[in-house]
Design a protein. Structure first.
Length: 290
């Protein structure tokens, strides 16, 4: 047990209408040996979440933007944080004891690393998430001087970021809202000269209750295509849009995703910023492996 809080880390949690799950997560975070500062960004919950947090965890910094910002709500928390590193949790995830200190130690030693993609345990039995094997087998390999394989994806609630890298990359893009938002941020952090690495000894626990939220699979498909329009070459964006359009003939989920893409396309074209050649080459290697 640490004698005092680890001053290197803040945990930012976003939540929306999951009061009881959030309170359980905050209970677990409060018992961590690192004793991190915790910032909760409440995305316009209507279930009494802010009041419950204030009563049960008065030491938590509570931000209430007054509307549901989705994933970009995390950026409010990062801006408020005053520590060099920021870990992320959702209202249904938390960190294993000691993992945040390990992440901070790694970031202290490896100044090129902008974000750590943690290992993930999931469900009541603590099984490894299938994403762990995908990250460990990254086609981008492991360069000398890095603590793990380079990746261009991760799980948002199982990540620890260098605050400066996160803010320089702009945080999560508001055009995506939520669902598959991680790839774009990984691209943007990498484009600015940092690395995103998978470090399996840093472990987050993800315990979703109630299954997948309605509309989330369509949002993930939508955001995969929107991300292509924002950062990838036009042939890639056109091909992915065409594939989604073909699926939309017979798949209601794909139709919903396609409508979302078309609604966001003008803004995506205005904000389009293709990746540097080295990052695009890495993205193509990930595409081929997938």
């Amino acid at each position: 047990m640490l004698d005092q809080a680890d001053s290197r880390l803040t945990v930012v949690v976003i939540t929306h209408n999951r009061r009881d799950q959030l309170l359980g997560t905050l209970d677990r975070l409060s018992r961590l040996p690192e004793r991190p500062q915790v910032i909760v960004v409440d995305n316009a919950s209507a279930d009494g979440t802010p009041e419950a947090v204030a009563r049960r965890h008065p030491d938590v910094v509570l931000l209430t933007p007054g509307r549901n910002l989705g994933a970009p709500g995390r950026t409010l928390g990062v801006r408020r944080a005053r520590t060099p590193y920021v870990a992320f949790s959702d209202d249904d995830s938390w960190w294993e004891p000691g993992s945040l200190a390990r992440a901070a130690d790694l970031l202290d030693r490896h100044e090129r690393v902008g974000l750590i993609a943690a290992g993930v345990r999931t469900g009541p039995d603590g099984a490894g998430d299938p994403l762990n094997d995908v990250l460990a087998g990254s086609p981008l390999g492991r360069d000398d001087g890095l603590p793990g394989p380079r990746v261009l994806g991760y799980l948002a609630c199982a990540a620890v970021a260098r605050r400066d890298a996160y803010l320089a990359a702009g945080g999560y893009h508001p055009l995506l809202f939520i669902g598959g938002e991680e790839t774009l941020l990984a691209y943007d952090i990498t484009a600015r000269g940092w690395d995103v690495c998978h470090c399996p000894d840093v472990v987050a626990v993800h315990h979703p209750v109630g299954g997948v939220r309605p509309g989330r699979p369509a949002a993930q498909r939508r955001n995969g295509v929107v991300t292509a329009w924002l950062r990838r070459p036009l042939p890639v964006a056109l091909r992915r849009t065409g594939e989604l359009a073909v699926d939309a003939w017979n798949d209601p989920e794909a139709r919903q995703a396609l409508r979302g893409v078309l609604a966001r396309l003008p803004a995506a074209l205005r904000e389009r910023r293709p990746l540097p050649a080295r990052v695009e080459a890495a993205a193509r290697r990930v595409d081929r492996a997938a």
